[in-house]
Design a protein around this ligand. Structure first.
Ligand code: SAM
Length: 235
């Protein structure tokens, strides 16, 4: 009988090899070793997800990009001509998003520096509605956070998606992302389904996207499938 390597060891070896390849590639280019990063803007998730979503958004859509970073989703949406509000709590990120809007002459894109959780609650209180809501928070379930960490993160994700669903006009789009490796695709489905139901809304799933082709998932290493970009039509 051939000996079969336990799957955990195969996974660990493949992941180690993948990281080493990235360091080697960076060395050959003469750059600093590439860290495997988890933020959409830096790892290639953004572009295909943004393109897919922009083709679905109606021209002139009023949009909210609640965790904008440097404005990836917001810039793509603002090209449609509608009013776009981009939020980030990091002043440097918000400033960069605003600079990107100016550079692209998108006067219809406004950037606000603030906490998305608080602002979403405030918008809901004021009865605001958007045609498109994008929620792309940082990884809320940290590695090594234990079962309690995962439960807390799931609760925070659910709150975000619930408020996002309430803020989306009937027929509008809700783009719900998670880049937590600990939240599986099935778990993300569950969190979104719960949140949308508790918001009193129903939804169609228009797409379930992940990493871009320039940052593909390593087959056999589920942790590298951490990017989840679900686009719903909220009814
Ligand atoms: C995953 S990145 C967003 C990437 C972006 N959507 C893109 O495609 O380039 C998460 C961003 O959320 C911001 N952020 C973290 N916590 C926040 C909060 N409570 N409120 C608003 N922004 C927050 C971070 O500063 C970071 O820029």
């Amino acid at each position: 009988m051939p000996s079969i390597e336990p799957s955990e060891r195969i996974k660990e070896r493949t992941f180690r090899q993948h990281k080493q390849n990235k360091v080697n590639q960076a060395g050959r280019r003469g750059g600093a070793p590439t860290r495997i990063v988890r933020c959409a803007a830096r790892n290639g998730r953004g572009r295909p997800a943004q393109m897919a979503m922009v083709t679905l958004a109606p021209p002139g859509a009023r949009a909210l990009d609640a965790f904008t970073h440097h404005g990836g989703f917001a810039l793509a949406l603002a090209r449609g001509g509608g009013d776009v509000l981009a939020i980030d709590e990091n002043p440097a990120a918000a400033e960069r998003a605003a600079a990107n809007a100016r550079r692209n002459e998108l006067a219809n894109m406004r950037v606000e520096c603030g906490n998305a959780f608080d602002l979403l609650r405030a918008f809901e209180g004021r009865g605001e509605r958007f045609d498109v809501v994008v929620l792309d928070p940082p990884a809320l379930a940290k590695r090594g956070g234990g079962p309690q960490g995962l439960t807390t993160a799931a609760r925070a994700y659910k709150e975000l998606v619930l408020r996002g669903a309430r803020l989306t006009r009937a027929g509008g789009l809700l783009v719900a992302c998670s880049c937590s490796g600990r939240v599986t695709r099935a778990h993300w489905d569950e969190i979104c389904a719960d949140a949308i139901a508790d918001a009193g809304r129903t939804a169609q799933v228009l797409s379930r996207a992940g990493a871009g082709r320039d940052h593909p998932e390593l087959f056999g290493v589920p942790e590298t499938a951490h990017l989840k970009v679900w686009t719903f039509r909220i009814l």
